[in-house]
Write a protein that binds this ligand. Structure first.
Ligand code: DP6
Length: 334
């Protein structure tokens, strides 16, 4: 039977980063990670399953508003993932996939996390399957996007790093309602990043600082879990900034080195420090990209956003906050 389903899935921003793998296939991270699921940065994906065994079709909403065939670099991992789902479900047929992001893709805004979570949920629903959040998390990160494991849940989420063949999925540390944090995202460059995260994960161990960071992670993980439990931004902030700097320190000292920052990234980091010196609790983090996420309380978000928007290197600012996990919706893209 042919089926069609649409899912909306959130991006997430990591407080403790996933950076480096123990094994690439199956994907096992070198360390546990913790993130906050976002509310506004989302991917919507419609999947139709057809009986004919033609090629799978993939479409992406482009800037002109049309659904168009994206470049092969986008299509290929999508095809591999739907093939994985098709063979796990033991069915034939072909898929038609259309997807759109509410934010610039491939700019360190975890578009692949929200993208593969939305794709996993929509494709399994189109096949008539209902996955529990843990199963969805496990399936989404089999795409190769590890951070997708965390986009399968809302609120504050941990993706543990199990040993050996243990099957991994993310778990909820606290629901979205627990703590109304904001993420003010300063976009400084929305072009495709120079080096894909998968390459960064592979190279991470070549950095002399890789093991040093791992040695610090136990204490950091404990501090972040406790700061979330106590809703203490002043305890969370310094740790999430340290973590972001360490990710980029490792990237910049990998062989060959990877530079994700742009000059405007530093402008934003400076401004965040100035805001703090002025008494505001605002803390910066970056994923594998040049854009800066500033984590703050709701009553500080407008001030933070205005100050960042005034910086010459900032193209635009997205106001985001903690959000719910993915959901199935009735408004299809085709
Ligand atoms: C730097 O392998 O999940 O965002 O496919 O680019 O989303 P993408 O990357 P993925 O690794 C990204 C890791 C990170 C930190 C994090 O989100 O934990």
């Amino acid at each position: 039977m042919a089926g069609k389903a649409t899912a909306v899935a959130p991006a997430n921003i990591a407080f403790i980063k996933y950076w480096g793998v123990r094994t690439l296939d199956p994907l096992t991270p070198a360390n546990p990670s913790i993130s906050m699921t976002l509310r506004r940065c989302q991917t919507r994906t419609t999947v139709e399953h057809r009986q004919d065994r033609g090629p799978d079709e993939v479409l992406l909403r482009t800037e002109d508003g049309r659904l168009s065939p994206p470049p092969e670099s986008f299509v290929e991992p999508v095809r591999r993932h739907v093939e994985r789902i098709r063979s796990a479900a033991g069915c034939g047929g072909s898929f038609r996939v259309a997807t759109e992001n509410s934010f610039p893709a491939a700019a360190g805004l975890a578009s692949s996390a929200s993208g593969f979570t939305a794709l996993s949920l929509a494709a399994t629903r189109a096949l008539g399957l209902a996955l529990a959040p843990g199963e969805l998390s496990r399936l989404a990160c089999r795409s190769g996007s590890g951070s997708a494991a965390r986009s399968a849940l809302g609120g504050f989420v941990e993706w543990p790093a199990g040993e050996g063949d243990e099957e991994l999925h993310a778990i909820e540390l606290a629901p979205a309602e627990h703590w109304e944090l904001r993420d003010v995202i300063a976009l400084v460059d929305v072009g495709t990043k120079p080096v894909a995260s998968v390459e960064g994960h592979r190279l991470a161990r070549t950095s002399p600082y890789f093991q040093t960071r791992l040695g610090r992670l136990g204490a950091r993980l404990g501090a972040v879990r406790q700061a979330i439990a106590r809703r203490s931004l002043d305890d969370l902030g310094p740790v999430l900034e340290e973590e972001a700097i360490d990710l980029h320190l490792i990237a910049m000292s990998s062989r060959p080195p990877i530079f994700y920052w742009r000059p405007a990234t530093l402008e934003v980091l400076d401004e965040v420090r100035r805001l703090r010196n002025g008494g505001l609790s605002a803390w910066a983090t970056m994923d594998a990209g040049p854009n800066v996420h500033v984590i703050c309380a709701p009553d500080a978000a407008t001030r933070v956003a205005q100050r960042l928007a005034d910086l010459p290197g900032v193209m635009s600012v997205i106001h985001d906050g903690v959000g719910q996990g993915p959901r199935v919706v009735s408004e299809h893209l085709f």
